[in-house]
Design a protein around this ligand. Structure first.
Ligand SMILES: *[C@@H]1O[C@H](CO)[C@@H](O)[C@H](O)[C@H]1NC(C)=O
Ligand SMILES: *[C@@H]1O[C@H](CO)[C@@H](O)[C@H](O)[C@H]1NC(C)=O
Ligand SMILES: *[C@@H]1O[C@H](CO)[C@@H](O)[C@H](O)[C@H]1NC(C)=O
Length: 158
């Protein structure tokens, strides 16, 4: 038994290290219906020697931007929120824990006022997380990690 458990533990540690700055839920390619409550799980950069602070969660319903050049039509989508996961000693007791689920907006509905919604089917959208973290190597501001997972909005066939 001893010969098997040690390598397995080592593998588990390796998997955790490789998972940094990744979205494990929803899974890539998941179909999410308008209004659906879906599981959300993000793995932060936190590790020995790395502190994680806040991360913001976004959905891009337009093509994932390839440029940050200022423009009035940068992208379409939705901002879910700014969250943090506990990590010692950088942010041990965050009060803004990520919810275990997020709710996909129904983009066909008006967001209010002049805003008009739009019905869409089978749209390739990108769930994006931008995380603020820092290491013992000085950085000019916090470091940003960017994670992205593509999902399908309002798939009409399973
Ligand atoms: C993290 O986000 C929360 C909620 O927006 C904010 O109150 C807090 O000041 C932020 N913490 C850091 C370290 O940026
Ligand atoms: C989802 O797709 C169906 C089929 O095209 C469409 O009738 C419906 O309006 C769409 N829903 C939303 C919220 O866009
Ligand atoms: C969605 O877009 C991503 C990123 O461009 C691509 O990798 C993926 O194949 C696309 N999926 C579908 C179903 O079009």
């Amino acid at each position: 038994m001893r010969f098997f458990t040690l390598p397995l533990l080592a593998l588990a540690g390796l998997a955790a290290a490789q998972n940094k700055a990744t979205i494990s839920l929803p899974q890539a390619g998941a179909s999410i219906a308008p209004g659906e409550v879906f599981d959300f799980q993000y793995n932060t950069m936190a590790d020995y020697g790395i502190s994680s602070y806040n991360f913001t969660v976004w959905l891009f319903t337009s093509e994932f931007p390839s440029s940050f050049a200022p423009t009035q039509n940068f992208a379409d989508g939705h901002f879910f929120g700014r969250y943090a996961l506990p990590n010692y000693p950088g942010n041990p007791y965050p009060t803004n824990l990520p919810p275990p689920t997020l709710t996909m907006p129904n983009f066909d509905k008006s967001p209010g006022g002049f805003g008009a919604g739009l019905a869409e089917a089978n749209q390739n959208c990108t769930l994006v997380v931008m995380e603020e973290y820092a290491t013992g190597v000085g950085s000019f501001g916090l470091r940003f990690a960017l994670a992205a997972t593509s999902i399908i909005y309002n798939a009409t066939s399973a």
